[in-house]
Design a protein around this ligand. Sequence first.
Ligand code: NAP
Length: 249
Amino acid sequence: MTAAWRVLLLGGTGEALRIARRLGPADVYSLAGLGKVPDDLACAVRVGGFGGSAGLARYLAEQRIGLVIDATHPYAAQISANAVAACGVAQVPCWALRRPGWQPQHDDDWRMVGDWAELVAALAPFERPLFTLGREPLAHLDEIPVHQFWTVRCLDAHEGRPRARILATRGPFSLESERALFADAAFDVVISKNSGGGATQAKLDVARERGLPVLMLRRPMLPPVEREFDDVAALLDAWSSASSQSITE
Ligand code: NAP
């Protein structure tokens, strides 16, 4: 796509990669560096933090960025806050892709938790939890109550513990594979972020099928942006029309 503005795309999600595939050589796709770094993009790719909002504001000015698109994960609240603050300082518009959360269905048993302490308290009655909220449980493997056996699914490889199994895998996960995992491991509760989207939704479908409760970590608050989109197509359309307007101006 030809654009008048140099774009900085903050990524780390499947949707961000879809947007990155539409960027041109002048644009930059930025990753924190935790996952795979694509090597087949027309745009530049940079990896690693900017050094907080002040560092990001400096980067925007130095690189003459004309638009920031925040397409990070809905729980990556720090970088989203930094993006808004830095754009304010550098006087650059900030757009965000904000994926809608999943909604509970009438036969779902979702129990909302705000943080790790609330999660541990809500988990007390259960014995075989499946954690699907990233690496945070890895820091607590030495605190597993004696009546529990944890399964932790995250990107990081880890040796586990006598009462913990680590599944180092990357989504998307199909309904069939989730059914097989749940049947094999006899989970009695699922722990999840409300990430939204299709890639990791099947676990909730299987939890519903099996009548399992879900401990759902509440979404963080994100700051307002100039323009917010709930899907990639709407964002690309807006970008395309804004770019053609600014080219003809
Ligand atoms: P975070 O807490 O919001 O950010 C922590 C720090 O990582 C930021 O302050 C920034 O460092 C750096 N950072 C994050 N995203 C970056 C990006 N796209 N480009 C350059 N630097 C970035 O983020 P997080 O929750 O650790 O997530 C890290 C990355 O993983 C995000 O890009 C996110 O999209 C992706 N991700 C997160 C989740 C999740 O559940 N949190 C799930 C899937 C993917 P500086 O302050 O030094 O600039």
